[in-house]
Design a protein around this ligand. Structure first.
Ligand code: NAG
Ligand code: NAG
Length: 362
């Protein structure tokens, strides 16, 4: 005789009865619980006052006009009750807030809730936001890339420690392919078809967005970094007060300008001799106050200015290298080339690698 299989057989009647009774009692209990709090409303809810330290709910109600204005106002009033005691908190006219020092368009907001700057830090979706970042990178590196240059970019990215936020601008629409690299998950990927680095820079590197970063690297994808160390580079740039800089270029690979050629045995240089007749003034480009735009590094302040100089229709960046000096003063001391950390311009023709030579623009 086969042994009957027990699993899947209906439960015994007494179990069914117990289940039914439990459910029924639960429903009755819930019903009574409900009718004993008939007047629970937002105004009676005990909102944690720390959550909205200085938000005036009369302004929020514009946004959530579906909610009862009275309820919101009551909630706000009870919150305010706790705050009234503190003489340190600024007092605002309940019906009219106007703070002219707020960013344009945000004058109606209490200054306490205005966040005018941001960053590229990736956040977790759980836990306390204050614990999200174990390291707060102070430098930003961007590359404008196509997937065909993955080997080069992989080598370059590995030169930048955890102190650098990496942002890749993809001009070929291929972003997920980069996940083969371990660092891809820590990287911000921005994709838009067939644009050059100035297009991305203007749209995604607004000075208020990159404000936490001391230095911003705006690099092409075809740079050889065998002789480059990012942390040492930053040290030299700080030491010599360079607001706009680039690593020296290997002189054996066809470079156009004397200024950006790497020199042996020194840390940085800030001027050069060009061919006779090329420089009207030894303090002006291309003899000084000049770097190219293929591997430029900006200080936060310099970038705030240069960003404004990038015209919205600027494609190749022609002319920008000659104009950047307007952003720092005195330019011939604050723009320079770092010789001790240098790169090789491989000159791979691709969409992302900008036509760097300004000779077309003069
Ligand atoms: C608050 O602002 C309104 C509108 O500007 C004004 O009419 C009112 O007198 C102000 N109240 C106080 C206490 O300043
Ligand atoms: C990152 O920056 C900190 C602070 O400047 C420094 O102490 C540390 O050595 C840097 N990390 C690397 C890998 O260089």
């Amino acid at each position: 005789m086969p042994v009957p299989i027990r699993s899947g057989t209906p439960k015994k009647p007494s179990e069914m009865m117990r289940l039914f009774m439990t459910t029924f009692i639960g429903i009755i209990f819930g019903f009574f619980l409900g009718i004993s709090f008939p007047t629970l409303s937002l105004s009676k809810m005990n909102l944690p006052s720390g959550l909205f330290p200085s938000i005036d709910l009369t302004y929020i109600e514009d946004k959530y006009s579906g909610l009862s204005k009275q309820a919101l106002f009551n909630a706000w009033s009870s919150l305010k009750g706790n705050k009234e005691a503190s003489p340190l908190l600024p007092r605002y006219n309940e019906t009219e807030i106007w703070v002219p020092t707020n960013p344009r368009g945000a004058e109606r907001l209490p200054p306490g809730i205005v966040a005018s700057e941001s960053d590229f830090y990736l956040r977790r979706l759980w836990g306390l936001p204050s614990e999200d970042l174990t390291i707060q990178p102070r430098y930003l590196v961007t590359f404008t890339v196509g997937y065909d240059q993955k080997k080069n970019i992989d080598a370059a990215v590995k030169k930048f420690s955890e102190n650098f936020t990496i942002v890749l601008f993809h001009y070929d629409g291929r972003t997920t392919e980069w996940d083969e690299f371990e660092w891809s998950k820590r990287t911000v990927h921005i994709s838009a078809h067939k644009q050059t680095k100035w297009w991305y820079a203007k749209r995604f590197l607004h000075p208020d967005i990159v404000a936490p970063y001391d230095y911003i690297f705006l690099w092409d994808e075809d740079l050889g970094v065998e002789h480059f160390d990012a942390e040492k580079y930053i040290k030299l740039v700080r030491k010599h007060g360079l607001e706009i800089s680039q690593p020296g270029l290997d002189p054996d690979r066809g470079t156009t300008w004397a200024m950006t050629k790497r020199r042996d045995g020194i840390e940085v240089h800030k001027d050069t001799e060009e061919r006779p007749g090329w420089c009207t003034d030894p303090h002006l480009p291309p003899c000084a106050a000049f770097v190219e735009i293929m591997a430029t590094v900006f200080s936060r302040d310099a970038w705030r200015c240069v960003w404004h100089m990038i015209q919205n229709d600027l494609v190749h960046g022609w002319g920008l290298d000659f104009a950047m000096r307007k952003c720092v003063e005195p330019a011939h001391e604050k723009i320079g080339v770092v010789d001790a950390q240098w790169i090789i311009h491989q000159g791979v023709p691709s969409l992302g690698s900008q036509v760097t030579s300004s000779q077309y623009s003069i």
